[in-house]
Write a protein that binds this ligand. Structure first.
Ligand SMILES: [Zn+2]
Length: 257
């Protein structure tokens, strides 16, 4: 099979470069949308319904379907307006911000011991000691290891009961780490392999408020994070361009180094 090579102009945080992208190195970080896709316990799931499916009277095949869902389920983007009044909405995020270097901070060992674990400033400092300063204009991906539980709601969320937010248990980011990233670093966005950048037991969603208040976007339910190298990958995270959207389903791809 021929190895296709495509050219894509990458506009990464002001650096305009014609970068050669090897499509064989593209990895899909997106969960399929279907009836099993995990949504917040207060949301109905992904709705998909065939409207036509089969041979038409004229003899050719034709299929079509309707779909609908909350903006915040499955692999998706959070736009700043999700938790920041006056923040930009999904269609206003420039694509140049959605194509960025990816850095992966692995806290899966700590999360394995404690489902309520929150990424700390010390975790970020340990990362930087090993791999260098978190680059400006990058997307920080938090690897908790929770992807191994998808799509088992009981293990992934801590509950499989509709409406049961009291029993949500999964890891996230600490308020202090969010403040450090906003004040001391210059990320485009932050992603995680759980249902929320705030841990399951959060009641004030402070990490959402801190990051989105500073104009960053979020990526949640990011798939296959265990396969993304700690540094060197380029992330392409493209949400449906919903006007006024507080987020939206996103196709996320990592181009491996
Ligand atoms: Zn969301």
């Amino acid at each position: 099979m021929r190895n296709h090579t495509i050219w894509l102009v990458l506009l990464v945080s002001g650096v305009c470069a014609g970068e050669k992208i090897d499509s064989a190195k593209a990895m899909d970080l997106t969960y399929t949308f279907d009836e099993k896709t995990i949504y917040w316990p207060t949301s109905p799931g992904f709705h998909w319904e065939k409207t036509q499916w089969g041979k038409t009277p004229a003899g050719y095949f034709y299929s079509s379907a309707n779909y609908g869902a909350n903006e915040h389920g499955g692999t998706h983007l959070d736009s700043p307006i999700h938790f920041s009044e006056g923040g930009i909405s999904t269609e206003q995020i420039p694509v140049s911000k959605l194509i960025a270097a990816a850095v992966v901070v692995d806290v899966s060992a700590a999360c394995g011991r404690n489902a309520d674990y929150r990424l700390t400033v010390a975790d970020l400092q340990a990362f930087e000691q090993k791999h260098g300063r978190i680059p400006n204009g990058s997307v920080l991906l938090v690897r908790t290891g929770w992807g191994r539980f998808w799509p088992d709601k009981m293990r992934y969320l801590g509950t499989d009961k509709q409406g049961d937010v009291a029993n949500l248990h999964f890891p996230g980011v600490s308020k202090e780490a969010a403040e450090f990233l906003v004040k001391q670093r210059a990320l485009n966005g932050l992603g995680i392999d759980t249902a929320s950048i705030d841990h399951g037991q959060s009641k004030d969603f402070i990490v959402h408020r801190v990051l989105y208040g500073a104009g960053l976007y979020g990526l949640e339910n990011v798939a296959n994070l265990e396969k993304v190298p700690v540094t060197g990958a380029t992330l392409i995270a493209l949400p449906m361009k919903i006007k006024g959207g507080t987020g939206g389903p996103a196709r996320i791809v990592a181009i491996l180094p």
